[in-house]
Design a protein around this ligand. Sequence first.
Ligand SMILES: Cc1cc2nc3c(=O)[nH]c(=O)nc-3n(C[C@H](O)[C@H](O)[C@H](O)COP(=O)(O)OP(=O)(O)OC[C@H]3O[C@@H](n4cnc5c(N)ncnc54)[C@H](O)[C@@H]3O)c2cc1C
Length: 396
Amino acid sequence: MTARPILIAGGGIGGLATALGLSLRGFRSIVLEKSSALGEIGAGIQLGPNAFHSFDYLGIGDAARRMAVYIDRLRLMDAIAGDEICSIPLDEPFRQRFGNPYAVVHRGELYRVFLDACRASPRVELRVSSTVTGYEQAGDSVSVKLASGERVEGQALIGADGLWSEVRRQVVGDGPPRVSGHTTYRSVIPTERMPEDLRWNAATLWAGPKCHVVHYPLSGWKSFNLVVTYHNDAPEPVAGKPVHEDEVMAGFRHTHPRVQEIIRHGSDWKLWVLCDRDPVQDWVDGRVALLGDAAHPMLQYFAQGACMAMEDAVCISHMAEKFEGDMPRAFEAYQRQRVLRATRVQLQSRAIGEHIYHPAGAHAALRNSIMRAKSPEQWFETLGWLYGGSGLTPQP
Ligand SMILES: Cc1cc2nc3c(=O)[nH]c(=O)nc-3n(C[C@H](O)[C@H](O)[C@H](O)COP(=O)(O)OP(=O)(O)OC[C@H]3O[C@@H](n4cnc5c(N)ncnc54)[C@H](O)[C@@H]3O)c2cc1C
């Protein structure tokens, strides 16, 4: 294998998973992260069984399994009536069907597993305060330009630099992301602050007109993750702005008292205005490829953005090995294998928001009727293409 490094723009979950996957296949990489410290926000993340296929491929299956909370159902509640619409069991039949569990984890804890594994690898170099501003290709090299003016050379570049990717600007050039108008507020509270009768071992979604609430336990049941979303046609992208509880509650005055009670227990709320992009088929420019949110940013309604980034990392590492370091060919094969699956998740994430998370009136009544009628086996069928897939399976 060649000794020249593969450059990775962005040290999020996607970037670190890629560095780790490449290192296990014998490739050196340099991760260029713009922040001055490596880390993740303190919220939760849901992991479908497909995430566990990636953990195993990346050699961190045991560590990831140790810090996960294994919820026993996905529960859908009516945020107006206050009752259950349906719940999908995640116990033994689910695990057998998909070969792995469904789990929830603290992002910081998951990120730490990746970081520790990368730091332990002599093939991964992590550089902070390194903002990538563009790249040039010549012959069999890629030269990346940093905001400091420094240039870093490698045999290839992977743009894992997220929603506002600089690498994508050059590869695709499709302008800024689409602002969805959906505002999300996040809080993590100690378990004792969660109302006792709502401490369910479930990822629970309360779906209401133009709004929803999600909660689930984290960190060995020490805390609960609260995610509250309001479709208020917010016009501007925002990320991580602290807000007062009154602002969070403003979109939920029409919901059931139990929903409002959950929100009242939150604290230190932070706000995001959600963005995504229309799918594109071209993620590759010669020795440069996009990955994770840089390639296919999606709304969070399928809880799959990070799962897809990890699948990308598995696929790109596999192709790098298969094509023996011929990175342009490896990137073309990666793109062929990944584009349709990622596109399906991107588009379905939008559709789920419209038809499951946020409908009102007759639209909501239709949702309830269809979803109540499904058996667990029918749910498994519906979700089979997603949870039964991995970064190594042909698409979609
Ligand atoms: C509210 C919410 C809930 C979610 N819930 C889930 C869930 O339950 N399950 C799930 O799988 N996914 C979930 N997601 C999606 C998931 O968070 C993202 O898809 C995932 O973090 C993408 O990882 P990434 O590494 O591709 O990008 P990012 O995490 O955005 O990482 C990009 C990195 O690149 C760095 N960077 C940016 N620009 C540059 C540059 N020019 N130069 C160098 N570095 C740069 C950034 O600082 C960052 O560290 C959720 C998202 C939201 C908003």
